[in-house]
Design a protein around this ligand. Structure first.
Ligand SMILES: [Zn+2]
Length: 280
């Protein structure tokens, strides 16, 4: 799933490319993608795009006094086509037709339709549930974390809880915890003030590092797959970038959590859940 850095660069690049552009017409070929009906999508016809913004992993396109709120989920991608594509596109969910035959299209790959879009008035935007439950942004300037993380839940879960801090998912959480030298299984309510500060610093610097890398590497058209400048996540079996010990991993059904035993868990190798399930 695209996380804060991926959505940040998406918002920047689309904002640069589209601000001031007029929407000629808007269409929603994906049956389930558009979750609102009032105002209708046609309210965007003729509207000028004012800005493209990000909140957590959500994207907001402001046009004509309305906001198109988009959540790409795991398989959605926003792509700007230079020419109106005439071929049938089964991945198309929502399309904004622009001048010179260009089209901004939300596409979704894979079998599930989970990406969604809402067209909201300013009042509806202010009351929008998916935004109201979000915690403060994990980057660039999150609040102190000690209080926010004070819960009997592991850090790996807490940091990905969008109501605690927003923007972090399964990829960048591993980089952040490694940089902070904290165990993914340490409980939030066991965190000292000093550790919470260290975690905050690591969060800002790791997410910032990725945003900076994207700023250099990602240009229009937006790639289907973003580069992943990871050092830890999914690098199990490779040497730790800090201590040169071997990175270990815990495998879950649909993702992997990678960590360094020496830097993060006092040398303990945590149970590989996939293996332990097989051995049951
Ligand atoms: Zn290490």
């Amino acid at each position: 799933m695209p996380e804060l850095p991926e959505m940040e660069i998406t918002a920047r690049r689309l904002g640069e490319a589209l601000s001031g552009e007029t929407i000629e017409s808007a269409v929603a070929p994906g049956i389930n993608a558009l979750k609102t009906f009032d105002p209708p999508l046609s309210a965007l016809d003729g509207a000028e795009i004012e800005d493209v913004r990000r909140r957590g992993k959500l994207l907001m396109l402001d046009a004509g006094g309305l906001t198109l709120l988009m959540h790409l989920m795991s398989a959605g991608r926003l792509q700007l086509f230079p020419k109106r594509a005439t071929m049938r596109d089964r991945t198309a969910r929502v399309g904004l037709r622009l001048s010179e035959d260009r089209e901004l299209r939300l596409r979704e790959f894979g079998t599930k339709q989970r990406a969604w879009v809402k067209l909201l008035t300013p009042e509806a935007l202010a009351a929008e549930e998916s935004l109201a439950h979000l915690g403060p942004e994990a980057w660039p300037d999150p609040p102190a974390l000690a209080e926010r993380l004070r819960a009997p839940r592991p850090l790996h879960t807490l940091l990905r809880d969008q109501s605690v801090v927003t923007g972090i998912g399964r990829t960048w959480v591993d980089e952040i915890l490694h940089a902070a030298m904290l165990s993914p299984f340490k409980r939030g309510d066991d965190l000292s003030e000093e550790e919470a500060d260290r975690l905050r610093t690591a969060m800002v610097s790791e997410l910032g590092r990725v945003v900076e890398a994207y700023e250099e590497q990602v240009a229009m058209p937006l790639p289907e797959k973003f580069p992943k400048p990871t050092r830890v996540h999914n690098h199990q079996g490779e040497p730790c970038p800090r201590c040169e010990g071997v990175l270990e991993a815990v495998f879950y059904d649909d993702y992997v959590m990678t960590y360094c035993p020496q830097c993060q868990t006092e040398g303990r190798v945590l149970k590989d859940r996939r293996l332990s399930r097989l051995l049951k």
